[in-house]
Ligand binder design. Structure first.
Ligand SMILES: NC(=O)c1ccc[n+]([C@@H]2O[C@H](COP(=O)([O-])OP(=O)(O)OC[C@H]3O[C@@H](n4cnc5c(N)ncnc54)[C@H](O)[C@@H]3O)[C@@H](O)[C@H]2O)c1
Ligand SMILES: O=C(O)C[C@H](O)C(=O)O
Length: 331
């Protein structure tokens, strides 16, 4: 019995993500919120013969609070996507305010919910949610996640392509750590479940994983960024969270979390990184309370160490940008 709220549910990600959630028998309630079109999306989905009771709300008359009431999981794909030539950071100006408003709604209505942030730039929007929840006295770092699963899905797909074995596509697992933009995306190819064939151009593969989002933005040619693969990835991560809430043990997935979510694991990771970072995408073990354990990077090779080192300064800047938006709004 889990109610999931999707904020930004009428968008390119929101609609297919809500469809996938509607197919999950563990989801008993689906609260859809957007500033446009949610009644139609909800009416459409409500005809699917699965248990979830679907309700769609717009902004007026407390729609956000209604969508969030009773939600144990809140997924946020609200906000504008990139167009060619833009970076994810270029979205901050618009999306920061959108995410702040939605986080305020979470704090006011379902402060104990697991919050899964998809809206870009994830490296900065997650700190915004943290600061809003802190300001309202409801911050639990164990329950706040930046969704970086699409990077893991891409890394696994691209490695399976190189293996020239389509049947391997769903079994290849490549951990991706760091953050969710450009050089902050750090694939740990040395830890791939399937060894790479010899002769693979590793630099080109790393670049493709780090800038995979650009491929889609370019191909969509002004009509947005990844939506369907993101809905798939967001659903994959949400399913893990729902299973953990329902008591399943041993679920591990990479996600952008606060290192304070598990002080021992966070400290060990910070020691490995050689610096204190508030947020980092690491492999995280989940339980019904949220983050149970943050895993360290484990054995990584020299080129991966360089990639991690290159990610850190940008992550620090991105995190500060998110914090300052709430703490120093006059900047
Ligand atoms: N984390 C990731 O891996 C990842 C992957 C793909 C896209 N994204 C990001 O997800 C976001 C959404 O992408 P999209 O393609 O679905 O965009 P979209 O424009 O198709 O949909 C966004 C939706 O958000 C809604 N919205 C805007 N302001 C809102 C508000 N205040 N409250 C509620 N809803 C609001 C819009 O009405 C729209 O329906 C973008 O920021 C994009 O960059 C992240
Ligand atoms: O590339 C984008 O802007 C969207 C998303 O972050 C992605 O990785 O596809």
């Amino acid at each position: 019995m889990v109610k999931v709220a999707v904020l930004g549910a009428a968008g390119g990600i929101g609609q297919p993500l809500s469809l996938l959630l509607k197919t999950n028998p563990s989801v008993t309630g689906l609260g859809l919120y957007d500033i446009v079109n949610t009644p139609g999306v909800a009416a459409d989905l409500s005809h699917i013969a699965t248990p979830a009771k679907v309700e769609g709300y717009l902004q007026p008359n407390g729609g956000l609070a209604k969508a969030l009431t009773g939600a144990e999981v809140v997924i946020i794909p609200a906000g504008v996507p990139r167009k060619p030539g833009m970076t994810r950071d270029d979205l901050f100006k618009i999306n920061a305010g959108i995410v702040r408003g939605l986080a305020e709604g979470v704090a006011d209505t379902c402060p104990k919910a697991f919050v899964l942030v998809i809206s870009n730039p994830v490296n900065s929007t997650v700190p915004i949610v943290a600061e809003v929840l802190k300001a309202k006295g409801h911050y639990d770092p164990k329950r706040l996640f930046g969704v970086t699963t699409l990077d893991v899905v891409r890394a696994s797909t691209f490695v399976a392509e190189l293996l020239k074995d389509p049947s391997a596509a769903s079994s290849v697992v490549v951990p991706v750590v760091g953050g969710h933009s450009g050089v902050t995306i750090v694939p740990l190819l040395s830890q791939s479940s399937h060894p790479l064939p010899s002769g693979v151009d590793l630099d080109a593969l790393v670049h493709r994983i780090q800038f995979g989002g650009d491929e889609v933005v370019k191909a969509k040619d002004g009509a947005g960024s990844a939506t369907l693969s993101m809905a798939y990835a967001g659903y994959e991560f949400a399913c893990k969270v729902i299973k953990a809430i329902n008591g399943e043990k041993g679920i591990v997935a990479p996600s952008y979390v606060s290192l304070a979510a598990d002080s021992a694991g966070g400290e060990a990771l910070a020691n490995e990184l050689g610096t204190s970072l508030e947020f980092f995408s690491a492999r995280v073990e989940l339980d019904a309370q949220g983050v149970a354990k943050i895993h360290t990077l484990g054995n990584i090779n020299e080129s991966e160490k360089k990639l991690v080192a290159a990610a850190i300064p940008e992550l620090k800047t991105n995190i500060t940008t998110g914090h300052d938006f709430i703490q120093k709004p006059s900047l």
